[in-house]
Structures are given as C-alpha cells and as structure tokens.
Design a protein around this ligand. Structure first.
Ligand code: ATP
Ligand code: PRP
Length: 213
C-alpha cells in the first residue's frame, strides 16, 4: 500500500488532475466527507487528508510514504529528512515582504509579522536587517494595520489580499510551488512503486509544459 499525504483546499484541487493521470481517483470528496483516509480507484494507493503544515511531518515519520507540500512549508520544516524529487508546479505563488503603501523603505530595525519565522529570520539576516519576528498563524495582513508590526512576510498570488488591506508587495524572497516529497525509507523499501509514480507525474508535467509552449 502507498499512502500519499495531501492537504485540503488548493493543493488537493491542483494535485487531483496529476493523481488522476496516474490512475488515482479518490472514492470520497474531502469537501463533503469527514473521512481522513480516502481509498482510491487504485487498491494499492490511499490518500490521507491533513493540514498543509503537517504534510512534511507525516512523510518524515513514514506515516505517509509520499506527500505534496508547498515549498514555503518545506523551508520552515527543514527538508533534510525528506526526498524532494519533483517540483509539481502547482499552487504557485511568491513569498514576499509587504508593507503599508506609505512606508518609503524597510527600516534597518524592523518588526515583522509572519507564519514563516525561520525563513524570515534568515532572509533579513542575509540583508543585514535587524528583525524582530512575531509569529502569527494567519491574517498577517492585519498586523501593520493595527501597529503590531511594520512589515509582513507572506504569500502573494494575485496581490488582492495586500491591496484590500492597503499594503503593497516589496521584495521577493522566493518563488513558491508545491513539491512531491518522499519518505527516505519508503523510497528504498517501495522503490519500484514510488519510482513508477514519480515517472508518471514527470510525464504529465512534461505534457503540461508542452501544451503551454
Ligand atoms: P493550514 O491549513 O495549515 O493553515 P494553509 O491555510 O496555508 O495551511 P492553504 O491555504 O491551502 O493552506 O495553502 C497550502 C499551500 O498552497 C501553501 O503552503 C502555499 O504553498 C500554497 N498557497 C497558499 N496561498 C496561495 C495562493 N494565494 N495562491 C497560490 N498558492 C498558495
Ligand atoms: C493566502 C496568503 C495570502 C493570500 C494571497 O491566504 O496567506 O493571504 O493567499 O493571495 P492573493 O495574493 O491572491 O490575494 P489564503 O487564501 O490561503 O487564506 P488563509 O491563509 O487565511 O487560509
């Protein structure tokens, strides 16, 4: 049995066509079902539905053989204990700094609200900026509006969330997309099955990029 960890929401939606191309169609829809383990049309493959930030943990400990996780989440988790064989190029966005529109430049001592503490710390350190990082779990955009922070580090896609809150994107920290991650022991023990899946994903991704040319 192969167990694949996927989070509800955009990663699930974007991963579904890739899984389908590999003959893996879940028998229940996580939007309507409360089940956390989903059987699929392939009797040898099941999905576990978990929070996006928990995917690397399940895969690292072997509770799932494979997973789909955003690069943002992997940067925070640390990816040394996992294989990351494939950029699936789904759930694409950018990790950026953002400030209120009227701020001229990010000061040399700055208070930063973010869910991405480690990534933000090393980003500001690399730029010689002394940053006090305030860990939040969501709604980062609110922090500068209520005086909690000068600046945020968050994901930006359309930019609509920033705009709606009077903020603007500043510096790009990293382009983000979701990666296929694999448990190291499973890669050895279930090599043939996992490699076959990776190869199928690669074919689908190549077809996609060909279609976009
Ligand atoms: P959790 O449920 O643990 O709080 P979350 O709310 O961040 O996680 P999602 O919003 O589904 O979960 O995001 C999952 C992943 O999708 C993120 O880790 C990131 O890689 C990517 N992502 C997040 N926001 C966007 C966006 N606006 N556009 C495209 N991709 C995004
Ligand atoms: C993400 C991210 C930003 C927003 C950016 O939030 O945290 O708030 O998307 O997207 P945009 O640039 O297209 O507006 P999400 O929609 O996942 O909400 P949540 O983090 O509160 O779950």
């Amino acid at each position: 049995m192969l167990t694949i960890a996927v989070s509800k929401g955009r990663i699930y939606e974007d991963a579904l066509p890739l899984l389908e191309a590999a003959g893996i169609v879940p028998l229940d829809n996580p939007k309507t079902s409360r089940k956390l383990i989903l059987a699929t049309t392939r009797p040898d493959v099941q999905l576990v539905i978990i929070r996006a930030t928990d995917v690397p943990t399940f895969v690292e400990y072997g509770a799932a053989d494979l997973g789909v996780a955003g690069k943002d989440v992997l940067l925070e988790h640390g990816a040394e204990s996992l294989y990351e064989p494939l950029d699936l190029k789904i759930a694409a966005c950018r990790l950026m700094t953002a400030t209120p529109k009227d701020m001229l430049e990010i000061p040399k001592r700055v208070r930063v609200a973010t869910k991405y503490v480690k990534t933000a710390q090393s980003y500001f350190a690399s730029r010689g900026i002394q940053a006090e990082i305030i860990k939040l779990y969501g709604s980062m955009e609110l922090a500068p509006l209520v005086g909690l922070a000068d600046c945020i580090v968050d994901l930006v896609d359309t930019g609509n969330t920033l705009k709606a809150n009077g903020l603007e994107p500043r510096d790009l920290i990293m382009d983000i997309s979701s990666r296929l991650i694999v448990n190291k022991a499973a890669m050895k023990m279930k090599h043939q099955d996992i490699q076959a899946l990776i190869d199928q994903f690669k074919i689908t991704l190549a077809q996609r990029s060909q279609a976009n040319l």
